[in-house]
Ligand binder design. Structure first.
Ligand SMILES: Cc1cc2nc3c(=O)[nH]c(=O)nc-3n(C[C@H](O)[C@H](O)[C@H](O)COP(=O)(O)OP(=O)(O)OC[C@H]3O[C@@H](n4cnc5c(N)ncnc54)[C@H](O)[C@@H]3O)c2cc1C
Length: 222
């Protein structure tokens, strides 16, 4: 089963990341954190489906995405800045990805934040406090939705910046020592999302700091 999602609005969130709001077709149901494979309904692109995560409230009348554009890939995401209202995506049945396992530590790199948008928004709506977001990026300007996280009630946000000397956030590469220093509650779910190398490294680092394997929630193949 495929669905047609028509773009209603597109707006930049950072220098390379866009918020895309689409119509939500009947039957396009999903849980917070889930993703779909979708392709642009344009000549030359219909067979080029890629996984993207729905970031809106599943009960909303629209569906939204937050997509990072990689001009160096020469692929679908290079097209993102040129998308316009009226353009269409062909989307598959929502599936898999990271779903809500309750209050915990949410660790992301870059666009790996996307599954947490719908999950943490839901926690905020439901009044669930105590979540901790640890968000790794190369530079301050890469932090997606920083104001949103800073203002979210019940959420503590820690930013880790790897490649910008003058950042006011934690500087360096996120590893077991930094996780210990930040403080991770080992008895709660630890969600990890980002490029596969990041997920593998952080999974090992979390085990190092004492988080049991069954508390680590990841999505393979990002
Ligand atoms: C379940 C899931 C959900 C996702 N959700 C989101 C989301 O909501 N938002 C989001 O922004 N991203 C998300 N992603 C990541 C997203 O799917 C990829 O960024 C996207 O598929 C890249 O597509 P592309 O066509 O631009 O490039 P690709 O198809 O990845 O690459 C095209 C070409 O670019 C080159 N290339 C690939 N990777 C690199 C690299 N690292 N450096 C240099 N060259 C490279 C290769 O030559 C490749 O053939 C998700 C991934 C998964 C698995």
């Amino acid at each position: 089963m495929t669905y047609t999602l028509t773009v209603k609005k597109i707006e930049p969130l950072t220098h390379d990341t866009y918020h895309i709001i689409c119509s939500r077709p009947d039957g396009f149901d999903f849980e917070p954190g889930q993703a779909t494979h979708m392709a642009l309904d344009k000549d030359g692109w219909r067979d080029e489906d890629r996984p993207f995560t729905m970031t809106s409230d599943p009960s909303a009348d629209h569906v939204s995405f937050v997509i990072k554009s990689y001009p160096s890939h020469d692929g679908v995401t290079e097209m993102i800045p040129d998308i316009e209202p009226g353009d269409r995506w062909i989307a598959e049945e929502p599936a898999g990805a990271i779903t809500d396992h309750g209050c915990g530590t949410f660790i992301a790199a870059g666009a790996g934040i996307t599954p947490y948008i719908a999950i943490l928004d839901k926690h905020a709506r439901d009044g669930i406090g105590g979540d901790h977001l640890i968000f790794a990026n190369e530079a301050d300007r890469d932090i997606i939705l920083k104001d949103h996280w800073d203002q979210m009630s019940g959420l503590t946000a820690t930013y880790v910046i790897s490649d910008q000397e003058d950042t006011e956030h934690r500087k360096g590469k996120l590893d077991a020592d930094m996780l210990r220093d930040i403080g991770v509650q080992t008895d709660r779910p630890c969600y990890v999302c980002g490029p596969q190398g990041f997920v593998d490294d952080i999974r090992d680092a979390l085990k190092d700091v004492g988080v049991p394997e069954d508390k680590i929630i990841t999505e393979a193949g990002w």
